[in-house]
Design a protein. Structure first.
Length: 333
């Protein structure tokens, strides 16, 4: 495909997305689609009887603690998006940033691989370039993804070594590769200018994309500090998710090997990140991975499944339902 066709397609897609977001009628339709999609998911996709039965015998104190950690989880996610919106979108309106964040959760809850989050976040920023919004959203998620992949990779190597007696001839080279990957990532953080310039070079033939990246590259802010702050927030976010998972496993199993559950949780997040999902809310892969990785710790299939489902309910579905309140408000300026 030649460069002319690529440019035409990018221009068409960008124009349509900008038109959809700026047009009030289509904006209302988009909001209704998100709302009805989430309501449909709640009514028809969840097995309410299984949830009730699981709660009857669970440890309510541990579930409550996992629930309380949801607020810290959401704050860290919001703080990361606020920082990104400030630096990359030049947006300082906290109300808009919060609406964008909560719309994204609602839209992403019922879409495969949570792709709806990109559109949901764009709804609150009607006057921002769509590609720039998508790029900012991707960058916001990028730091957590890197942490999940790196920790999950190390955890996977250890898991294979412990449970399947894999030879050190295979394990040691894998560790070396992972350490080199970490070293490369640290170098990227220390020299973000090279990172941005490399991206610009790769997309130099796509005018719209290249222009957007160049605008971000020219923004007057300390990219090293931004990267370090995002990395720190993402690490804290990752730890909170693992703690929630461990608490929920203990709540349903009445076994308290928290370090083992945290290890298993990192593997579950890793699998959920590297395997594309076409299911709503990424359901299926996460639950299957939880069952697989928790078996060596003496956790039954039912308890592992319940812990994974409740992690989804607490961290994704409940905030998405709360987001509906903001989504249906008339004032969207």
């Amino acid at each position: 495909m030649d460069n002319t066709n690529i440019k035409q397609k990018v221009n068409i897609k960008d124009s349509l997305l900008n038109f959809a977001i700026k047009n009030k009628t289509l904006l209302i339709i988009l909001k209704l689609f998100i709302a009805f999609g989430l309501i449909w998911y709640l009514v028809f996709r969840l097995n309410h009887n299984e949830i009730i039965n699981s709660l009857r015998n669970a440890n309510y104190y541990l579930i409550t603690l996992a629930f309380v950690l949801m607020f810290l989880n959401l704050y860290l996610q919001y703080r990361r998006w606020e920082l990104t919106a400030n630096k990359l979108l030049s947006e300082t309106n906290k109300s808009k940033i919060f609406r964008s964040f909560i719309y994204g959760i609602s839209a992403g809850a019922f879409t495969p691989a949570r792709v709806g989050e990109y559109i949901g976040r764009a709804v609150a920023f009607k006057n921002k370039p769509v590609l720039r919004l998508f790029g900012a959203t991707f960058l916001d998620k990028f730091f957590l993804l890197i942490i999940v992949i790196f920790v999950g990779s190390i955890g996977s190597v250890i898991y294979l070594s412990v449970n399947y007696n894999i030879s050190n001839i295979i394990i040691i080279p894998l560790f070396i590769i992972l350490l080199l990957f970490l070293l490369f990532f640290i170098l990227v953080l220390k020299n973000p200018r090279y990172w941005f310039d490399s991206i610009v070079l790769r997309f130099k033939n796509i005018r719209k994309v290249n222009t957007g990246i160049e605008k971000i590259n020219s923004l007057n802010f300390n990219k090293t500090k931004y990267a370090n702050d995002m990395l720190l927030i993402s690490i804290l976010h990752f730890i909170i998710i693992l703690l929630q998972f461990a608490l929920l496993v203990a709540a349903f199993s009445y076994k308290f090997n928290f370090l083992g559950y945290i290890w298993a949780g990192s593997l579950v997040l890793f699998v959920n990140s590297v395997i594309p999902s076409v299911s709503f809310g990424d359901l299926g892969i996460r639950e299957g991975a939880a069952v697989f990785f928790l078996i060596p710790f003496g956790i039954t299939n039912v308890d592992a499944f319940n812990a994974s489902i409740f992690l989804f309910l607490i961290n994704i579905l409940l905030p998405a339902v709360i987001g509906l309140f903001f989504l249906i408000k008339k004032n969207n300026a």
